[in-house]
Write a new protein. Structure first.
Length: 261
């Protein structure tokens, strides 16, 4: 693999909370243009790693490089500007605002870092016009045209998740972090979500890294899968390789709440 093929490099990341080791020397790469899934039982360290990528947590050891940037040296407000978008397991929407306005928040986060420079060059009105056009484009991509002027808090949960995804896409990320996107969705919504994630990769050319418990979704859409357990990486490979890996089978054995893999 050429160095330019690697978008995200996680190298020996260790995170401790007091005497608890949440991540223990975890290393793997995410390649440009792939859908990569991060799996593992509850407490495996998946959310901790996502929070390190978002700069919500600090690493005690190791390094994270993204598209030429060393993430551990950047403040968290720079993440959108360098090309990282994220959704959350618990929806983080402005529930009293419309769908369109929620997506516009993501558009403005993209422009915030260079707002003054762009304002002098393009004018505030042109920036606002570009943001509105981008928001409407994403609302169309997500199939939310009919709900564009609806208050988010009045919409079904599955629709709200699409709004959050549209907002994460509004900053035109190179890497999209999806934190348990299937949580709370019904069977029909799950099928649509799988198609949507593939469309994001294929049509928008955005690399996707997702944390997910729903193994049917993971195995159906992922190019590669990384498995964690008790903070350690236990397997990495294609969905078929990881599904058959003895340590992955042991990690999930006896967990009745998990969907069989």
């Amino acid at each position: 693999m050429k160095p330019s093929d690697t978008l995200l490099c996680i190298d020996g990341v260790t995170v401790r909370f007091g005497g608890i080791v949440a991540l223990d020397d975890v290393s793997f790469d995410v390649r440009r243009g792939e859908v990569c899934a991060l799996i593992g039982p509850n407490g495996a360290g998946k959310s901790t790693l996502f929070n390190c990528l978002s700069r919500l947590y600090e690493c005690n050891a190791g390094a994270i490089a993204f598209d030429g940037h060393t993430l551990t040296r950047l403040p968290r407000h720079r993440m959108a500007g360098i090309g990282i978008g994220r959704t959350f397991q618990n929806l983080a929407l402005f529930r009293s605002m419309t769908v369109r306005d929620n997506v516009l928040v993501g558009c403005h986060s993209r422009h915030h870092a260079g707002f003054l420079r762009n304002a002098f060059k393009l004018g505030v009105a042109r920036i606002e016009s570009a943001a509105l056009a981008r928001a409407d484009e994403l609302i169309g991509f997500m199939g939310l045209q009919a709900q564009a002027q609806c208050i988010v808090g009045d919409l079904p949960f599955g629709t709200q998740k699409r709004v959050e995804l549209a907002r994460a896409l509004a900053c035109s990320p190179k890497l999209l972090l999806l934190d348990e996107p299937a949580c709370g969705l019904n069977h029909e919504e799950l099928h649509s979500l799988g198609e949507l994630i593939r469309d994001i990769r294929d049509r928008l050319h955005i690399t996707v890294l997702l944390v997910e418990h729903h193994m049917g979704l993971v195995m159906g859409i992922s190019d590669r899968v990384v498995a964690l357990n008790f903070g350690k990486k236990i397997a990495e490979g294609t969905p078929a390789e990881v599904r058959a890996h003895p340590e992955v089978i042991r990690a999930y054995l006896g967990e009745a709440e998990e969907e069989p893999i």
